[in-house]
Design a protein. Structure first.
Length: 193
């Protein structure tokens, strides 16, 4: 039977994304998602609390990758360098073969204000988790918050560039370019009289 096959979560996620992209998020029900892969609505709700979670499933693993990157950074580096370690740690979630999926997912999110709000909430939660990880490393409240928010901004800008049509660079390469821009901006500020 289809409902007992492995990979149920992934099948439901793929089906949800396809239906959201072709029919629209609001026009698609959890029942339709489940039925499109031969499952029941009950099975859908065993894995997801609601249909939007099919788009946001895996957030905990991404957060763990960021936090692990902070924890693994050498003790002698700055808070921003710890955040850079977190950024690079999380790039494993976004290999090049995932780019088409991420593009479609972002298109679905961009077309729905409630999903945009959920995405912003996800990024804010990620920033708080990174700040907490920095504080656990002995970084003060303000530097931890500044470094974490900066890292999330870099991630957001790099991700948006990574999913653009025609973009070929890896997410890590784009993050490096965004970080260079940030360092150039801060260098300009430091040179002011």
């Amino acid at each position: 039977m289809a409902r007992w096959e492995p990979g149920t979560v992934e099948r439901l996620q793929r089906a949800a994304l396809e239906l959201f992209a072709s029919r629209g998020y609001e026009q698609t029900t959890a029942t339709e998602i489940a039925q499109s892969v031969g499952l029941t609505e009950r099975t859908f709700f065993r894995h997801f609390s609601d249909k939007r979670e099919a788009l946001f499933y895996g957030q905990e693993q991404l957060e763990q990758a960021f936090v692990a990157g902070v924890a693994a950074a050498p003790a002698e580096v700055s808070p921003l360098e710890m955040v850079c370690a977190a950024l690079y740690s999380a790039t494993d979630f976004f290999p090049d073969e995932r780019r088409p999926h991420s593009r479609v997912r972002q298109t679905v999110i961009d077309a729905n204000p409630a999903l945009q709000e959920r995405e912003l909430h996800k990024l804010a939660h990620l920033g708080r988790a990174v700040a907490a990880a920095l504080r656990e490393r002995g970084i003060g409240e303000l530097p931890a918050a500044l470094a974490a928010e900066t890292g999330i901004t870099v991630f957001g800008l790099a991700f948006a560039q990574w999913i653009r049509e025609g973009e070929q660079r890896s997410l890590a390469d784009i993050e490096t370019a965004v970080l260079r821009e940030l360092l150039d901006l801060t260098a300009d500020y430091r040179r002011r009289p």
